[in-house]
Design a protein around this ligand. Structure first.
Ligand SMILES: [Zn+2]
Length: 159
């Protein structure tokens, strides 16, 4: 459950961590109209100490509840990050949160899983979007604004 590593133990050897963390715990501030991190994120990590940083390698696996950005259908998207490798500093502005002897790897996992999410989720590569009901809205709007242009365009098509 915990994504914390003991820095003292890391001085002697690398540490392997595996488990899962709730999406809501991993990224409580994540807000997206089309995606929800409602499933646990499974992680398998190896952590090595490298002077002032931790080298974190491993893989992540989860599912994300999505709404298709074209047709608005709900679907579950599997998300995998294979063999990522991140050098996380222990000092400076970007430093990992450290509490006593423990460093918290949550930011590393969060960043890698968020990077793996699509910008515009699609239910499938061939999604054609919403089926038009009657006239597409775009055309209706254009007709109201420029009736002559729209009709002459249609006339040209018929020729
Ligand atoms: Zn779709």
């Amino acid at each position: 459950m915990s994504l914390k590593v003991n820095l003292r133990l890391l001085e002697k050897e690398s540490i392997e961590l595996d488990g899962d963390i709730l999406g809501s715990e991993l990224a409580p501030d994540f807000l997206d109209e089309l995606m929800r991190l409602s499933h646990p994120v499974e992680y398998e990590l190896t952590v090595e100490r490298q002077s002032d940083s931790l080298l974190v390698t491993g893989s992540l696996r989860s599912h994300v509840d999505c709404e298709c950005s074209r047709c608005l259908k709900s679907f579950v998207l599997p998300v995998r990050v294979d063999e990522f490798s991140t050098l996380a500093p222990l000092e400076g502005e970007e430093a990992l949160p450290v509490d006593g002897d423990f460093a918290d790897l949550t930011p590393v996992v969060r960043e890698d899983i968020l990077l793996a999410l699509p910008t515009n989720p699609l239910c499938g590569p061939d999604c054609r979007g919403l089926k038009p009901k009657g006239q597409p809205r775009e055309l209706q709007v254009r007709e109201q604004a420029e009736p002559n242009t729209a009709w002459s365009a249609l006339d040209n098509l018929k020729l």
